[in-house]
Design a protein around this ligand. Sequence first.
Ligand SMILES: *Cc1c(COP(=O)(O)O)cnc(C)c1O
Length: 388
Amino acid sequence: MSFADAFLSNRSQSNELRSLSPWSFRDEGTVIKGTTCYSDFSSNDYLNLSRHPVLIDRAYEAMRRFGMGSTGSRLLSGDYDLYHELEHALSTLYGGREVLVFNSGYHVNTGVISALMKPGDVIFADRLVHASIVDGIRLSGARLFRFRHNDMSHLADLLARERRRFKDALIVTESVFSMDGDVAPLGEMADMKDRYHARLMVDDAHAVGIYGENGTGWVENAGLCDRVELITATFGKALGGFGAYVVCDEIYKSFFINASRPFIFSTALPLPVVAWNLAVTEMLPSLKEPRKILLENTIFMRDRLLTAGAQVTGESHILPVMTGTNDRAVALAGFLRGKGFLVYPVRYPTVPKGQARIRLSLTSGHTRPVLEACSHVIAEFISLLPKE
Ligand SMILES: *Cc1c(COP(=O)(O)O)cnc(C)c1O
């Protein structure tokens, strides 16, 4: 049996085999498959921007003018004024810090960490950081220490014990965590990186668009834009586009242009995508109303779920409802789907054993009746569980 065969049959036996299952259409908190329509609690389109008419017009305009492909990497034929306008607009939102656009969040996280850190350096990363961060660390060859999720005393211990044996040090975390919906204590981390002469990198993927006065994310919300050496964020989630960027100092920007392999060796984003990203960046500070609705939806839904007896964690628009076992997470997701609500179970090994859950992604497009109805279905499921 080949390695691929063995791998697949292994996954199949442990009920962990994944496959693709396409949707037909998605808009305003609703998703359609064939003739079935669901209320969508699964997408990252937190502000319902992915089909915004103004953004569509701007992308369309760029499509007419430039066509689709950018025809080369940015160091060759793929660099255009529009790219620089985008970086300038982002820079303004981040108080004048430099910005470099990458092709995706995966590119930026792997590209930044692998360029900056080397064998002989050390990286301290939250145990739950995204795979793109883990892969960047692996590529870098630096030594990795993982601290328990959001556990600052564990991080402090590791820094005290390990930091001085290595040359450069980097502390890496997400801001809002995608599977737990909780938020890293960024202020404490910024103090610690100063004390231990380390750099701090924060991945704002699930917070950009949603938090902060300008809507740039949790780092802005925490008032730390000047103290976090590297902020990364994606256009692919709340911003409804595609691509990503790093906020950094000028010298790092020049360095990444020269040394970051995912930046150098990949065709630049299509111009319609860059135009979309620029338009949404210009729009960001004014999106106060959808941000407010999303936060109100979050408070409302959390309250309903707690009243229903659900075990809800986190402090953001991502609401994990804990189920304990994998089987129960699958059962609850199936129960919800049967009643017209799309959610996905999150199981071991994505989360630790015994901490399976479903993950409700709230958006500003969810209406109160839809939230109410969804919480009723979850309450019904809980009432049907055998008493412990
Ligand atoms: C989605 C995600 C990424 C990857 O971003 P893409 O633009 O989708 O490649 C990186 N980090 C985190 C925390 C994410 O959730």
